[in-house]
Design a protein. Structure first.
Length: 207
């Protein structure tokens, strides 16, 4: 057991300091997003730029490609929140939190599963990608969920909880232990994020 822990620690310490920096920025992003602070998009942009390289090196190609989308969404989210920014600690409170209907959620989930299956098959057939189907599912799911954050859709936190739980397995298998710890922390943060946004949703007054 001691030897196993020693090997695990040694492998973790071999990870680039850039991964650790990306993890720190990733945590900052989620905490700021929970507070509806526009600075979250700056943290997201730089964290994403680092993770793009990290995931490519460990052959998680869909995850790496996802980071390109994240970069664009960081700019989009910043733009969406900027014009609704007030004087209270940079919080974007004029862009109201909203919810989606059950029918819309079902449709989006089914479409996401279908697209994930197709891209997973392509990766499994034509590349040396690791866990092609799971990699595809977490990637396409994150694409939808990031858009939900930019539009302040309440249920984004539920989506993130499921996706983060699945992602932890991917990162541990690839030896990205700091990233796995980041997503474990995300599981806790998203619970508080959902509670915070739910409270604000029930209190907000439509404009």
């Amino acid at each position: 057991m001691i030897d196993l822990l020693g090997v695990t620690l040694a492998q973790a310490l071999q990870n680039s300091w850039l991964e650790i920096l990306a993890v720190i920025l990733g945590i900052a992003y989620l905490l700021l997003a929970m507070r509806e602070n526009i600075l979250c998009w700056y943290a997201a942009f730089f964290s994403t730029a680092i993770f793009l390289s990290v995931f490519w090196e460990v052959k998680l190609y869909m995850e790496s490609g996802l980071q390109v989308y994240y970069l664009a969404m960081a700019v989009y989210g910043w733009y969406q929140w900027r014009n609704n920014n007030n004087e209270n600690n940079g919080a974007s409170n004029s862009l109201l939190i909203s919810t989606w209907t059950t029918q819309r959620h079902v449709t989006i989930i089914l479409v996401t599963l279908c697209i994930s299956g197709v891209s997973g098959y392509g990766l499994a057939t034509y590349t040396d990608a690791n866990f092609p189907y799971l990699d595809s599912l977490t990637t396409w799911g994150a694409i939808v969920t990031t858009y939900m954050v930019a539009r302040k859709v309440l249920e984004n936190w539920i989506y993130w909880f499921v996706l983060d739980a699945l992602s932890i397995y991917l990162y541990i298998d690839r030896g990205l232990y700091f990233t796995a710890l980041l997503f474990a922390a995300y599981l806790i943060i998203v619970i508080f994020g959902y509670r915070t946004w739910s409270r604000r949703y029930s209190q907000q007054t439509p404009i």
